[in-house]
Design a protein around this ligand. Structure first.
Ligand code: TXA
Ligand code: MG
Length: 310
């Protein structure tokens, strides 16, 4: 374990904020047991206090201590996908206080697999509350530089861990209400879950609220629009050189800023947030995003694109 990680754990113990890499996106971490540390986290993040945060732990054993009445399906999911890009919403135990759960009776927990996250969580020993390390509503950071660009001096330390491998946030599965409901799609798909013999229910109005579920979220600063493939050419012809384009095909010379995206969903997800941030730096007035295929394997990417396009 590096000296830097040990220093990061010290900062957490003292109530400070540490941004750290995970396999999904970078997180902004604080001691989940400290009201003061959590208050600072919410202030820096710019997040309303009734929005819950995910608690990160180094192992399944430690994670489940934050929950009670853990259903069989939750154990199956945890054993299969932890450490990894899965968040479980469970009934909370006494460890999960109102300042972590936003006052809800449930708690979100996750065991990340990134080696630096694992080291940090082991060195700290307890639960680390960590929303994505961006200001509220902006796109999540997938590199340490993104975190510094967004949060600057407001964070005490940013741990370096390379570009996030998954690139979009964890799959959130609610198992706190008797059924199994996917609240946020991610690398782990509905199909991956159902393959384990687990029946997934539709979301209902009674499903827990979550900020990633807001209409406009994960947004670049530049307005963005989803465009079906067959209309892309027409849109470009109308808009001229003030647009940036995110598409599967080769660059069109009428467009100054063209990012060609991978044709498979995992590669696309990996690149997406960095691409949106890059476009924000170009001065373009509009982003035209070629709509991905309407198939199940693109569900998580489509979810983020729809929100980015507000
Ligand atoms: O991949 C991830 O999940 C990243 C990394 C850092 O782990 N974290 C992340 O956190 O995306 P955040 O706070 O940006 O998004 C977490 C989502 C929010 O929409 C929050 O409302 C929801 O999880 N959430 C957390 N606890 C919840 C709970 N008890 N009930 C319902 N939703 C919850
Ligand atoms: Mg977030």
């Amino acid at each position: 374990m590096s000296a830097e990680v040990r220093r990061a754990a010290e900062i957490l113990r003292a109530g400070g904020l540490v941004a750290f890499p995970t396999e999904t996106v970078y997180g902004l971490g604080a001691d989940a047991s400290s009201a003061a540390a959590m208050a600072r986290l919410y202030r820096v993040k710019g997040r309303p206090v009734d929005h819950p945060v995910i608690v990160h732990l180094d192992s399944l054993e430690r994670a489940l201590a934050w929950a009670r009445d853990v259903p069989r399906e939750a154990r199956i999911l945890a054993e299969r996908f932890w450490p990894g890009p899965l968040t479980l919403i469970l009934k909370r135990s006494d460890k999960a206080r109102d300042f972590v759960t936003g006052g809800q009776p449930s708690v979100g927990i996750r065991v990340p697999s990134h080696p630096v996250a694992q080291d940090l969580l082991k060195a700290f020993g307890g639960g680390v509350a960590a929303p994505s390390a961006n200001r509220f509503g902006h796109v999540s950071p997938t590199t340490a530089q993104h975190v510094r660009d967004d949060l600057g001096a407001d964070v005490d330390l940013v741990l370096e861990g390379g570009a996030s491998e998954v690139g979009i946030e964890s799959t959130i599965v609610d198992v706190s209400g008797g059924g199994v409901v996917v609240l946020r799609p991610g690398r782990i798909s509905l199909e991956d879950i159902e393959k384990l013999g687990i029946k997934v229910q539709q979301r209902t109005a009674a499903s827990p609220r979550h900020s990633g579920g807001l209409q406009r979220h994960y947004s670049p600063r530049t307005p963005a629009r989803l465009v079906p493939t067959h209309l892309l050419d027409k849109e470009i012809a109308q808009r001229g050189d003030k647009v940036a384009v995110l598409a599967f095909s080769r660059p069109d010379e009428r467009v100054d800023f063209w990012l060609r995206m991978p044709r498979e969903p995992q590669g696309y997800a990996q690149r997406l947030y960095a691409a949106l941030r890059e476009i924000d730096g170009t001065g373009c007035e509009l982003i035209l995003v070629e709509a991905p295929p309407d198939t199940a394997d693109w569900a998580a990417v489509r979810d983020r694109l729809v929100r980015a396009c507000g």
